[in-house]
Each structure stands twice: as C-alpha cells, then as structure tokens.
Design a protein around this ligand. Structure first.
Ligand code: B12
Ligand code: SF4
Ligand code: SF4
Length: 226
C-alpha cells in the first residue's frame, strides 16, 4: 500500500474508535534530547501518529472557576479511550508487518520536571493538528483546546502532514479566566509553576487524585473564540 493509503487506513480506524483528529509527523526533525526515549528507538520508529479526542462540550460548559467531578471522570475515561485507540492502531500496524509503540496519554517519567516520554502537543503541532496557543495547550482550529491527545510511534510509511500555520491572532480569551494568572501574552512566558501550584491546590481542596483544572481548556474554542 502507498503512504497515502496507509495514512487513510489508520485515520479511518482512529475515527471509528472515537478519535476526532488525526495527523502524521516525521520525528527525525525533533531533537532527541526533547524525548525521554532511547535514541535508537527513534531511529527505528521515526514516524508519529497523533490522534485527538474532542472532549464533551456539555461537560466543559459546566466548569466555572474550578474542575467539576464530571470533568474529572471524563478526563480519566478519555485517557483510557486514547490509550485504547493507541493499542488498536498498534495491533493493526503490526498485522501489516510493521512496528508500533503507543505512548501513554498521561504518564510521567520525570516527576521533578513534570515530563512524559514525549510531548503529545509538540507531536500534534508537527502533525498539523493545531498550534500551541497562549494557554500553552494545543489549539485546533475547529475544537480549540477542547481536545486530549495520544501519540503512536511507528515505522509504517505514512503520508506526512505539514505543521499548521495558524495562531491565536488577536484572541486573548484565556488570559483573564486562568485562576492562577499563569497565561501571558506570549506562550513562551507561560508560568508553569503557578499553574502547577493551582492544580495541586485544586487536587487537595476538591479531593481529586490527579492535577486537573479545565478552565483554560473550556475557554479556548479556536477560531470560534477569536
Ligand atoms: C506533566 C503534564 C502536566 C503538568 C505539567 C505540564 C508541563 N510540562 O508544563 C501539569 C500537572 C501542571 C499539567 C497541567 C495541565 N495539563 Co498536562 N500533561 C502533562 C504530560 C503528562 C506531560 C507533559 C510533558 O512531558 N511535556 C514535555 C515537555 C518537554 O514539554 P513542555 O511541557 O513544554 O516542558 C516544560 C515543562 O517540563 C516545564 N518544566 C520544567 N520544570 C518544571 C517543573 C514543574 C514543577 C513544572 C510544573 C513544569 C516544569 O518546562 C518545560 C519547558 O517549557 C502531558 C502528556 C504528554 N506526554 O504530552 C499532559 C498534557 C500536556 N496535559 C494536558 C492538559 C489538558 C492539562 C491541563 C488542562 C490539566 C487538565 N487536564 O485539566 C493543564 C494545562 C496546563 C497548561 N495550560 O499548560 C493535555 C494537553 C492537551 C492539549 N489540548 O494541549 C496533555 C497533552 C495530555 C493529553 N494526553 O492530552 N500537565
Ligand atoms: S490549567 Fe488552570 S491554572 Fe493552569 S493555565 Fe489553565 S486555567 Fe490556569
Ligand atoms: S483562547 Fe484564544 S488566545 Fe487563548 S489559546 Fe485559545 S485562541 Fe489562543
């Protein structure tokens, strides 16, 4: 099969399983030290499939200044669904005679620096799924930041997508809603520590076992916000 046919096949499969967004990137342009994976692995599996799940707008609409129990449950179930999509894509690619490795939707491997194996946002940006917004999240033109992401590494030849050229433009909708004041004019100035402390406070006071918030996720509806 051609690269185009391979990409279409995996895209349709992801869609059938509940994925709303799909893109493919070539990770050979990424700096290996940006990923907490063995460099030899990236030589063997140079392509990345990015899949996005469109979160429930109805659940997000119920969030005011803090996460809700419904959002917490949704967050957990969507992580499981994305991990499941990763497994199904992996078995399909293996049946085609190639290799694949799903990267967990939400797992830390470096607690001190709060890092996973790789950044799903950076992969999604390279795969044309969206841009990194002022809120430090991946913003898709259609769904804004109301998405969660998964990455599958593979050696299956795929038609590679181009990075999105979109950006936040004049929109500043997320700046005023952040309870921690972590979101700034420039994404580079995003205050990771303030955000992190706010999420820890939410977890303690609202009794959630994970660091979640959702306020800036709700605020961003991409071009619909702007
Ligand atoms: C760890 C983590 C967090 C940590 C820290 C995030 C961070 N790195 O800044 C905390 C708990 C604070 C967090 C918060 C949130 N997260 Co989070 N998180 C992750 C996770 C598991 C790993 C991120 C990672 O490894 N990045 C790789 C590094 C290299 O990239 P980076 O983030 O740019 O690196 C910076 C940090 O490491 C930071 N840093 C360095 N030292 C330290 C020390 C501390 C204490 C902190 C906080 C940061 C920090 O500096 C680096 C350079 O800027 C990813 C899943 C994944 N594997 O991608 C989800 C992920 C990024 N999170 C996500 C979401 C949605 C959230 C929240 C909205 C929480 C929620 N679900 O309600 C908030 C949003 C905060 C924001 N506006 O950016 C989604 C983003 C989806 C999207 N549309 O973009 C992801 C992709 C999960 C997923 N599967 O979809 N998250
Ligand atoms: S997750 Fe919450 S605290 Fe962190 S930037 Fe978004 S709105 Fe602010
Ligand atoms: S709400 Fe507006 S400024 Fe904030 S990330 Fe989304 S598009 Fe960018």
């Amino acid at each position: 099969m051609s690269e185009h046919q391979n990409a279409e096949r995996i895209k349709n499969l992801s869609h059938q399983q509940g994925g709303s967004l799909f893109g493919a990137a070539d990770l050979r342009s990424f700096k290996k030290e940006e990923m907490l994976l063995p460099p030899s692995l990236l030589d063997r599996l140079p392509y990345a499939i990015s899949v996005g799940y469109h979160l429930s707008d109805a659940i997000l609409e119920e969030i005011e200044n803090q996460p809700t129990p419904l959002y917490f449950h949704h967050y957990q179930r969507v992580n499981i669904l994305l991990d499941t999509i990763g497994l199904i894509v992996t078995s399909t690619i293996q049946d085609l005679g190639y290799q694949a490795m799903p990267i967990p939707a939400s797992q830390l491997v470096d607690w001190k620096n709060q890092r996973g194996h790789l950044s799903h946002k950076h992969v999604a940006r390279a795969a044309g799924v969206g841009w990194i917004g002022r809120n430090n999240l991946l913003v898709n033109q259609r769904f804004g930041s109301r998405i969660r992401l998964i990455t599958i590494l593979t050696d299956l030849p795929l038609k590679i997508d181009s990075p999105s050229l979109n950006h936040c433009g004049t929109c500043h909708h997320c700046l005023s809603v952040c309870p921690a004041g972590a979101i700034k004019e420039r994404q580079e100035d995003f205050d990771h520590l303030r955000c992190y402390e706010q999420l820890r406070t939410f977890a303690k006071t609202l009794h959630f076992s994970h660091n979640i918030c959702g306020v800036c996720v709700k605020a961003c509806r991409g071009t619909k916000t702007a």
